[in-house]
Design a protein around this ligand. Structure first.
Ligand SMILES: [Ca+2]
Ligand SMILES: [Ca+2]
Length: 269
C-alpha cells in the first residue's frame, strides 16, 4: 500500500468513527471548511493562505512555528487562513482563530484537500516546512508527527493539486534542498527556498528565524523599493545562516528555486 492509500484508509476510518458518533470533536477537515468559509467563498477575491508543517515537539521547532506564524500575521495574513499542523498539541501556542492539528500524513492530506477547494489561480499559498528531515536513496523526506513522513515528490504533488496562482515553499529541515528542487519544473508559479541542499544536514533556526523576521526589517529591502520580497528575505537569511554556521559551508548551502517567476511579494502591500 503506498503512502496516499494509507492516508486514504486513515481518513475513511476517521469518517466511519465520526459517523458512528465516536468522535466528539469536529474533524480537521470540517474545522478548515468552517475557518475558510468554503461554502460561501468568493473566488474572484485575491487571498493569501498559509500551511505550516512541523512534526517535531522540540522547543527549537516550536519556536520556528511561532516565529513563522507571527511573521505571516505581520505580513497581513488573516488568522483564519493560516493552518498549523505541528507535532502533538499546537493548540497550546496557536490562537483559536487559526485551525491547528497534529502534523500527521492524514491531516496534511486533509488540509491540502480543503485548501484545494478554497484556492484558485488568483491566490497565494505559503507553505512552511520545519522539523527533522532525512534522506533515503537520494530522496529528501520530511518527518511528520508520529510514525509518518512525506517524500519531496509527494509533497510537490499536494502543492500542485491545491492549484494556487503562486506557491511559496520554505523548508529548513536537513536535506531540505530536495524539497526546493522539486519545484524547478513546477507547472505553476512557484518560489521554493531551503536552508541547505539535498545532500547535507543543517541547522534550521539559523536560517528560518532571520528568514521570517527579515520581512519586517528595512535593511532587508535591498533594492530600497519599500518592501521586502521573498528573494530579498532569502538573501538576508542565507547571509545570517552562513555567518552562524561558519566555516561549515556545506551545512549553509541554501537554495532558491523558481518556476515561471523570479521573485514575489507575499501578504498585503
Ligand atoms: Ca481567489
Ligand atoms: Ca525590495
Amino acid at each position: 500500500m503506498n503512502r496516499f492509500s494509507k492516508a486514504a484508509v486513515a481518513i475513511t476510518l476517521a469518517s466511519l468513527l465520526a459517523s458512528a458518533g465516536c468522535s466528539p470533536s469536529p474533524s480537521l477537515e470540517s474545522r478548515i471548511d468552517s475557518a475558510l468559509q468554503i461554502q460561501s467563498i468568493e473566488h474572484s477575491k485575491k487571498e493569501s493562505y498559509a500551511l505550516i508543517i512541523n512534526g517535531d515537539p522540540s522547543k527549537i521547532h516550536i519556536a520556528n512555528v511561532s516565529t513563522a506564524y507571527s511573521a505571516l500575521l505581520k505580513l497581513g495574513f488573516e488568522k483564519d487562513r493560516i493552518i498549523v499542523l505541528s507535532e502533538k498539541s499546537p493548540q497550546r501556542y496557536i490562537p483559536k482563530d487559526s485551525v491547528s492539528g497534529q502534523a500527521t500524513l492524514g491531516n496534511l492530506v486533509s488540509a491540502a484537500k480543503e485548501l484545494s477547494k478554497a484556492v484558485d489561480g488568483n491566490d497565494t499559498v505559503v507553505f512552511y516546512l520545519t522539523g527533522h528531515g532525512y534522506t533515503s536513496a537520494d530522496c529528501s523526506i520530511l518527518q511528520l508527527y508520529g510514525d509518518s513522513d512525506i517524500y519531496s515528490a509527494d509533497f510537490c504533488g499536494l502543492v500542485k493539486n491545491i492549484g494556487a496562482g503562486l506557491s511559496v515553499i520554505v523548508s529548513d529541515q536537513c536535506y531540505s534542498g530536495g524539497f526546493a528542487e522539486e519545484f524547478a519544473n513546477f507547472p505553476g508559479d512557484a518560489i521554493a527556498v531551503s536552508s541547505v541542499d539535498a545532500r547535507h544536514e543543517t541547522s534550521c533556526s539559523t536560517f528560518s528565524i532571520p528568514f521570517w523576521n527579515s520581512f519586517s526589517e528595512s535593511y532587508a529591502d535591498l533594492n530600497k523599493d519599500g518592501a521586502v520580497s521573498v528573494e530579498e528575505t532569502f538573501l538576508n537569511a542565507s547571509k545570517e545562516h552562513r555567518k552562524a554556521l561558519y566555516p561549515n559551508e556545506d551545512c549553509a548551502s541554501s537554495e532558491y528555486v523558481t518556476s515561471h517567476v523570479d521573485d514575489a511579494f507575499i501578504g498585503k502591500p
